[in-house]
Design a protein around this ligand. Structure first.
Ligand code: ADP
Length: 492
C-alpha cells in the first residue's frame, strides 16, 4: 500500500523540531536551524534546531544532574519504562516506519522491519535491566571474601549514523538506560527525525527529565569535542566510519573514556560448490540489497567457487534486473535512493574502476536521473585483484563477484582486509562450516543465512571494525563498571 502525502504531512507535523535538554524541548541557543531533506525527491521535510557547542554542554549538564537519581532508581522501574517505550513504538510503528522512509529513503517494508528490529532492543534490555548481578567469592587462600558488583558507568555520549535511524539509537540507548546511565545522543544530521520522535516516546513512557537528551546539529565535530573533553563524561559509543571512529578514540583517550565503536565493514560472502544454490542466491540478495546496500553488514565482496560462479552470477543478475527503483513509499519498490549525491558518485566510481580493470558489467552501472539520488542495482563479475571495490565499503546496491579455487584461497581472500565485522558463508558441508567459524576473522558470521542482526545477539566487529558489542547478554556490560570489595574471612 502506498502512502498518501496527507499522511506524510500529518506525521511530520507531529515530530519534535527542537533539542531535548533536561525537562524541555528547546531551540538552539544561537537560534540556528537546518532542514532535513527527502533523498528520493530532494524536497524539504522538516526544519529543526541546530545545536551549538554550548547546547551540547547544557545537554551534558542535564545528563550529569540526572545521573545519581537514575542510577539509584530500582531496576524494575527502569525496566518498566523501557518496556513502555517498546509498547509505544509498537503503537506508532507505522509513524516510525514512514518517518525513516522519508528521511533515509529505505523502502517502507524494510522500514517496518527496522521498527521491529530496532524496538526489540527496548524490550530486550527491559528484560536485562533486572538481571544485573554480581558474585561473592572466597579467595583460594581462604583468607578473604570478594564481593563483585556492577555499577553504571555514568553519563554517556552517543553519536549515531544515518543508515538505521531507529535501530542505531535504540541499540545504544536501551542498554545504557537499563544499566542506570544517562545519555546525550547526537543523531546523524541527515536523518535526525526518528531520534526526535523516539525522544517524544520516552517522555510519554515516563522517563525522568535529563536521563535522555537529544542534540541535533550540523556542526558534529564542534559540538562533540567539548562534550568529549569534559571530565564528567564517562562513556562514548559511536557508530559510523572507521576514520571518524579513530579520531574520536584519540580524543576519548584524553580522559580515558570507555568507548564502544561500531565501525566500517568489508563483508565477504562465500559461496562454496556444495552450497544450496537457491538459498545462497536468496541470502545474497538479502545480504546485499537490504537497506539499499547502505549497511555496514552488507555483503561487499562475493567470493564464489569457480565451478558455480556462472550459475550464481546468472541467477543474481536475473533477480536484480527485476528490482523496482523508486521512492520507498511506492508499492513494490526494492531500491530506494542513496542517501546523497556523494554516495552515488562513490558507487559509480567503484563500479567504473572495476570495469576499467577488466570486470564484466552484468547489469546496471549508472546513476539514475534526478530528482533524488538513485543508483541502479548493479552486478559486476570477474572483479580482479587490486580493484578499488574490493578494498572500499561500497555502501550501495552493487554486487561484486570474484571467483576462488578452493577453501584455502577463499579464506585468504575473505580475510584480506583491515576490517572484521561480518562474514557470510554458504556451504552444506558441516565440517567446512565449523572450520570457517574458526578461520574467518570477523566478529560475526552468517552461516547459510543472509541477515544476522538480532537484539539477542552480540553485534560487533574485530580488527578495524570496532570494539565492544551491542545487544545480547554482552550489550549491557558496555555500560557497567565492575568493582570488587575485599572483605575478611568472617570465620577467621
Ligand atoms: P557515515 O559515513 O556513515 O556518514 P560518519 O562517520 O561520517 O559516517 O558519521 C557518523 C556519525 O558521526 C554522524 O552522526 C556524523 O554526524 C558524526 N560525525 C562525523 N564526523 C564527526 C566528528 N569529527 N566528530 C563527531 N561526530 C562526527
Amino acid at each position: 500500500m502506498s502512502v498518501d502525502t496527507a499522511a506524510e504531512h500529518r506525521l511530520l507535523a507531529s515530530v519534535p523540531t527542537q533539542l531535548l535538554i533536561g525537562s524541555d524541548w528547546v531551540d538552539g541557543s544561537a537560534g540556528g536551524t537546518f532542514t532535513v531533506k527527502d533523498p528520493s525527491t530532494g524536497d524539504d521535510l522538516l526544519t529543526i534546531a541546530d545545536a551549538t557547542p554550548e547546547d551540547g554542554i547544557r545537554a551534558l549538564d542535564a545528563a550529569v544532574d540526572a545521573a545519581d537519581a537514575w542510577a539509584a532508581t530500582p531496576s524494575r522501574t527502569r525496566s518498566n519504562i523501557l518496556r513502555k517505550a517498546f509498547d509505544l513504538v509498537q503503537e506508532r510503528a507505522e509513524d516510525f516506519a514512514l518517518l525513516m522512509t522519508l528521511e533515509m529513503g529505505k523502502p517502507l517494508a524494510e522500514a517496518r522491519g527496522e521498527v521491529a528490529y530496532g524496538s526489540e532492543f527496548l524490550r530486550w534490555f527491559s528484560e536485562e535491566a533486572v538481571r544485573i548481578s554480581g558474585r561473592y567469592q572466597a579467595n583460594p587462600e581462604g583468607t578473604g571474601r570478594s564481593i563483585v558488583t556492577q555499577h553504571p558507568v555514568g553519563p554517556c555520549f552517543f553519536i549515531t549514523p544515518w543508515n538505521f535511524p531507529l535501530a542505531m539509537a535504540t541499540r545504544k540507548i536501551a542498554p545504557a538506560l537499563a544499566a542506570g546511565c544517562t545519555v546525550v545522543v547526537k543523531p546523524a544530521e541527515l536523518t535526525p527525525l526518528t531520534t526526535l520522535l523516539l525522544g517524544q516516546v520516552f517522555r510519554e513512557a515516563g522517563l525522568p527529565d535529563g536521563v535522555l537528551n537529544i542534540i541535533t546539529t550540523t556542526s558534529s565535530k564542534a559540538v562533540s569535542s567539548p562534550i568529549l573533553d569534559d571530565p564528567r563524561l564517562r562513556k562514548l559509543s559511536f557508530t559510523g566510519s572507521t576514520p571518524v571512529g579513530v579520531s574520536l578514540m584519540q580524543q576519548a583517550a584524553k580522559n580515558v573514556l570507555r568507548t564502544s565503536m561500531e565501525l566500517g565493514g568489508n563483508a565477504p560472502f562465500l559461496v562454496f560448490e556444495d552450497a544450496d544454490m537457491d538459498k545462497a542466491v536468496e541470502g545474497a540478495l538479502l545480504a546485499k540489497f537490504r537497506n539499499i546496500g547502505e549497511a555496514c553488514t552488507a555483503a561487499n565482496r562475493f567470493l564464489v567457487h569457480e565451478s558455480v560462479a556462472e550459475d550464481f552470477t546468472a541467477r543474481i543478475t536475473a533477480a536484480v534486473k527485476e528490482f523496482r527503483i523508486g521512492r520507498g513509499t511506492e508499492d513494490g519498490v526494492r531500491i530506494g535512493p542513496l542517501i546523497n549525491e556523494s554516495a552515488v558518485t562513490k558507487a559509480k566510481e567503484l563500479v567504473d574502476d572495476a570495469v576499467r580493470r577488466g570486470a564484466t558489467l552484468e547489469t546496471g552501472g549508472s546513476a539514475v536521473d534526478g530528482p533524488g539520488t538513485f543508483y541502479e542495482p548493479t552486478v559486476v563479475s570477474g572483479v580482479v585483484a587490486g580493484s578499488d571495490i574490493l578494498r572500499n565499503e561500497i555502501f550501495g546496491p552493487v554486487v561484486s563477484i570474484t571467483t576462488f579455487r578452493d577453501e584455502d584461497e577463499a579464506v585468504a581472500l575473505a580475510n584480506d582486509t583491515e576490517y572484521g565485522l561480518v562474514s557470510y558463508a554458504f556451504t552444506q558441508n558441516l565440517a567446512r562450516g565449523q572450520r570457517l567459524i574458526e578461520r574467518l576473522k570477523t566478529g560475526m558470521m552468517g552461516l547459510n543465512v543472509g541477515v544476522i542482526s538480532n537484539a539477542s545477539a552480540p553485534f560487533g566487529g574485530v580488527k578495524q571494525s570496532g570494539i565492544g558489542r551491542e545487544g545480547g547478554l554482552e550489550g549491557i556490560h558496555e555500560y557497567l563498571d565492575t568493582k570488587y570489595t575485599m572483605t575478611p574471612n568472617p570465620f577467621a
